[in-house]
Design a protein around this ligand. Sequence first.
Ligand code: GLN
Length: 466
Amino acid sequence: MPILTITELHEKLKAGTVTCVQMVEHYLSRIKAQNESLNAFITISEEYAYEKAKAYDRIIADNPNAFSEFPLIGVVVSIKDLYLTRGIRTTAASNVLSDFIPQYSATVVQRLEHAGAIVIGKTNCDAWAHGASGENSDFGASRNPWNTEYVPGGSSSGSAIAVASDMSLVAMGTDTGGSIRQPASFTNLVGLKPTYGAVPRYGVIAMASSLDSMGHFTHTVEDSETLFSVTRGIDERDSTVKNVTYEPFDTSKTIKIGIPKEYFSEGLDPEVEKVVRAAAEVFKKMGIELVDISLPHTKYAISVYYIVQPAEVSSNLGRYDGVRYGNGRECFGAEAKRRIMLGTYVLSSGYYDAYYGKAMKVRSRIITDFKEAFSSVDAILAPVSPTTAFKLGQKANDPLQMYLADIYTVAANLAGIPGLAIPGGFASNGLPIGFQLLGNHFSESILFELGKRYQKVTDWHTKQPK
Ligand code: GLN
């Protein structure tokens, strides 16, 4: 069966050429054939998925409004193991929570299920979402389906693999410093990091609370927009979510895309640069104006992120004391311990002003850079990662090298703006390369509009790993 989009699935369900149960069978057979080598799933919810699929098949047969009442009916989704799923084990890929069964589901999971989606399993990731390769998981590293000697990216490694290898139609991830956009770019997928405050974080194990964004992986921008319309919106349990009405994008307007010179700096692989510049040309051919811009504080983004983020991590991981739930603190892996120590250090008396306080000041400058840029352009085009996927083991023992891989993604999280990664081509070694569009707060509709136009005239997103 070719990979389907949500619209194509719904056409087939309406025509009766497939059923929800058959879709679950299809994805489970793909999981059974591939999971041993790719290690994308920690838990597979087979029985649960069949139960839901049977119920939805009945709804489709009985309810003439099934497809409008359930916009995701029959859509099989895999969920990063950071989202709480009621009754289904949730581990954060850490031995601390190796046998934790939640009492309730995250708001996003509830919204997906109310819309008719079928949860097929919980995906592997870097433990607590700390990482950029998937190698920090206590359940073993995952592999890139395009070449199994390479990492799939991280931290949402398993979710990216699940969609890229057709083990589910879509998948949920989390992006605190690039963990959706970077694995999307490494596996030829569309990855959305929404605006901070667009999608509720309630019920998702926190990494760094001022940076965490709940987003997803799809093959097409159109599907990304559909999932966003289901998951976004106010939630009485997350007070940072804003009540925003998304106006449809005014297509008669001339659009300007900014090209930030700081994102084409030393260290950017020439093959990646070529893909990003080619994407800019595609937009130019459509009549979109390209404008050279500058985001002068970009060079501080990594330093600021690796102070603010561990500070918040050290505070959030304090609750795992082995008393209320989970196993003891001795179960934390090396990377979590490193971040707890870094965070505690930058927050400690005598160092707070020099590190955390200073970092927060520079964070404001980074926000101002984007504000100024968006007063003259509608979106920004940039690389996602300075290189294509790297080999398993290449950076695993060198945390600094691993941190530097986040250079082009963390600024969006520090500023709280949305980012959409889109497949843009391949390197000579056959590995995928994505680019990202960044937008002003709550401007997802512009990113979707641009992404849809791009995918109409290119076919990179239709390529699949063998
Ligand atoms: N690679 C980044 C880190 O290790 C991003 C993680 C994330 O977005 N969850 O902090």
